[in-house]
Write a protein that binds this ligand. Sequence first.
Ligand code: CTP
Length: 129
Amino acid sequence: MKKVITFGTFDLFHIGHLNILKRAAELGDYLIVGVSTDKLNYDKKGRNPIYCQNSRAEIIQALKFVDEVFFEESLEKKRDYILKYKADILVMGNDWEGRFDEFQDVCEVGYLQRTPSISTTEIIEIIKE
Ligand code: CTP
């Protein structure tokens, strides 16, 4: 069984999130998603997510092509998560191109084209306006 792992905040769930998760699932037989905790998101992006981590994780878990969800608590633990969940392939959007190549010694690493013209940041900006 080929296990795929991916990570993200997935705040204000949008079509870009759906597309990447669906395509990630197609690369294997079992999809595992690491959802950033609120604290990690704050450290990473300097703001709290709109939806709390439990809501974000519940939304992701409810998708029919997602098999397992866990909380990503630290960016430093990616290698540990890959090993713990026995992932065969790490998939990320191409905004992260090259950033995870260091894990090629423990799994395959792939980057998928981002869906154009949509992001959580942009949605927040549009609503603010
Ligand atoms: N993603 C994508 N296409 C988009 C937006 C996101 O493929 N248009 C992917 C990212 O590359 C990542 C995953 O979805 O692999 C989770 O990204 P996340 O950072 O949670 O979403 P963004 O919308 O990019 O959020 P932000 O604007 O806060 O960075």
